[in-house]
Design a protein around this ligand. Sequence first.
Ligand SMILES: [Fe+2]
Ligand SMILES: [Fe+2]
Length: 198
Amino acid sequence: MELRGVEELMNLLHACRGVHDIPELTRSRLHPGGGTPVGDHVDLHDHALQTAALLRRSHPSDKELQVAGLVHDIGHLLGPGDDAGHADLAADAIRPLLGERVSGLVRLHVAAGRHPAAASPGPGPSPRNTLAPDAAGGATTRHEAAAFEHDLPAEDAVTLRQADDAGKVPGLYAGDLEDWRTLLELVAERSARLGAAD
Ligand SMILES: [Fe+2]
Ligand SMILES: [Fe+2]
């Protein structure tokens, strides 16, 4: 599936309210016989906003990185139950709209979690150029390997993953989804211009 416009993407992000990814579900207590998660967890809507807000604070000039943080988990809605494929699903869906870099960052957000730098932010070996498939733990997908071959910014992928891991604070208000609409439109317009120039 490919997203045709920002409106469609915004609708998808709004639909993340009340939806949880699979690991979150298994950690959650469930209503007996229900399946609706309850308890102290963050739904994908709040997780998206928290992740994007963390990246806006740490990388205020990198709008594409912030947008990648906002949309990185929409694959859970596009393919419910396909936890292993959610990064690829999201990356494929947003590529025509938001461009190669945002798509690549989203695609790598799972693999980047296997890089040592993702687990220990701060001083240490730079992930730049070291997030090769082997360094990432071996279990990379064909898409991930292809992304690395295209020289995507591994350091940025690790930064996204660190925000992803930190953006799961129950009850933390991280702004309104509508506040991101203008930035999504800007990134989409820029991507369309670049695409037209190719
Ligand atoms: Fe994810
Ligand atoms: Fe996430």
